[in-house]
Design a protein around this ligand. Structure first.
Ligand SMILES: [Zn+2]
Length: 340
């Protein structure tokens, strides 16, 4: 099957009461690790590329790797999503290339770091919704700002300075007509999220539940949701790495989110850690090794294992064959008819 709409995946996840991981990629091995994990667990998947990933891969390469993924794994409903589009033009270029879902992050200005006004956010998000829905493409927006910074994008700080205001979230959804809403509840991008294990208090789970109660039919998105497992940090440090102690978002807090309207969970750092640990291990144990396949294969396998763990934990496992994916043309007709 061709690449599918994210909206349908999230609608189905809402019906089934589960979440779907959205995993960042830059290269062939990462795409293969995700697709292999999806086949192993029979999961629908969201593969996402940031602006940094598009630049790194010269995005036509990435796009064609994703087409290859749909040919090799035809039974897996697969979405190609733009992560943190910084402008209408960036979103438009992704839609023109064939992405089936885009994020317009109007919570920040086009520079990707200055918090914007509510009016600016509504205006740019609304514009992307109009041009995306006319092609059956899904739109994610963001209200409130996450902490941290990744690939040069982010407001910095600890994630607590721009939490999502629930009433503003209601107004934002009404004025933009978006499909999925990213909210700021204290998470940050990158590996250094928390300096001790976070609780539901640190994470402002009560805020998430309040937003869900006001917007029970809106698909919520948790960004910065790598769990940063100690085992993965340990492998890196055991083989010569120098990571400082750090904590991510515990899987059980994500599961509480999924019970309260979270349908898309963004994970990137955990895969970076798994890949780096596996490569360091090969280099440390076999210093004479120089065939890239000798370290990229274990790196791919380590990432696949993390992906299977997340797919099982989020509940998407077993749901790949539940429904017949709609074409983008059918999605377009649905939006035009005022549905969705
Ligand atoms: Zn993000």
């Amino acid at each position: 099957m061709p690449l599918v709409s994210m909206r349908q995946l999230l609608d189905e996840a809402a019906k089934g009461g589960y979440g779907v991981g959205a995993f960042n990629v830059n290269d062939m091995e990462q795409i293969q690790a995700i697709m292999e994990a999806a086949r192993e667990t029979q999961s629908p998947v969201i593969v996402q590329a940031s602006r940094g990933a598009r630049a790194y891969s010269q995005d036509r390469f990435l796009y064609h790797l994703m087409i290859a993924a749909t040919e090799v794994y035809p039974e897996i409903p697969t979405v190609l999503h733009l992560d943190h589009g910084n402008s209408v033009a960036t979103c438009k270029s992704a839609i023109d290339m064939g992405f089936t879902s885009v994020m317009m992050d109007g919570s920040l200005m086009e520079d990707g770091k200055t918090p914007s006004s509510f009016e600016y956010n509504v205006a740019v998000t609304r514009e992307v919704v109009e041009l995306a829905h006319a092609k059956g493409v899904t739109v994610e927006g963001e209200i409130g700002c996450l902490g941290g910074i990744e690939d040069g994008h982010g407001a910095g700080g600890d994630g607590l300075s721009h939490l999502t205001d629930p009433d503003q979230a209601v107004e934002f959804v009404k004025q933009t007509g978006l499909d999925a809403l990213a909210i700021a509840i204290g998470t940050s991008h990158g590996a250094y999220k928390f300096s001790s294990k976070p609780t539901g208090e640190t994470l402002k789970m009560a805020r998430l539940i309040e937003i869900h109660n006001k917007l029970p039919n809106v698909h919520l998105v948790m960004h910065g949701s790598s769990s940063v497992p100690k085992e993965l940090q340990d492998i890196i440090n055991m083989y010569g790495g120098k990571l400082k102690p750090t904590w991510g978002v515990p899987v059980e807090e994500i599961q509480l989110g999924i019970k309260n309207g979270v349908r898309k969970i963004n994970v990137d750092t955990d895969n970076r850690l798994a890949i780096t640990g596996a490569i360091r291990k090969v280099f440390a144990e076999n210093p004479s090794e120089f065939d890239p396949r000798s370290y990229l294969k274990p790196a791919r396998a380590a990432m696949q294992q993390v992906m299977e763990d997340r797919m099982n934990a989020f509940g998407q496992a077993g749901h790949a064959g539940d429904y017949a994916p709609l074409s983008l043309e059918e999605m377009r007709a649905g939006y035009a008819a005022g549905g969705a």
